[in-house]
Design a protein around this ligand. Sequence first.
Ligand SMILES: [Zn+2]
Length: 84
Amino acid sequence: MSKVCNFCGNAKFREKHVQYIYRHQGRFLVVNNVPCEACEYCGEQYFKAEVLKKIEEEFDDIHSGSKRASKEVTVPVEEFAEIQ
Ligand SMILES: [Zn+2]
């Protein structure tokens, strides 16, 4: 069975490891080196359901306080109207 990209219809994909930012209800989890398949034409990334499930579980563990992330970063936030 061959699949095609949902966005551009291209059928060639490349395996990659990327940074994935999971966001849920204003909270974030950044996961580095997540395996995915990227469309060779438009770059759209496709993740396996089991990979996303793992990330969601990790997010829940960290934000419920039952686990500490190995690293934390502070992220600057701006309102666009205030950017000069
Ligand atoms: Zn594509």
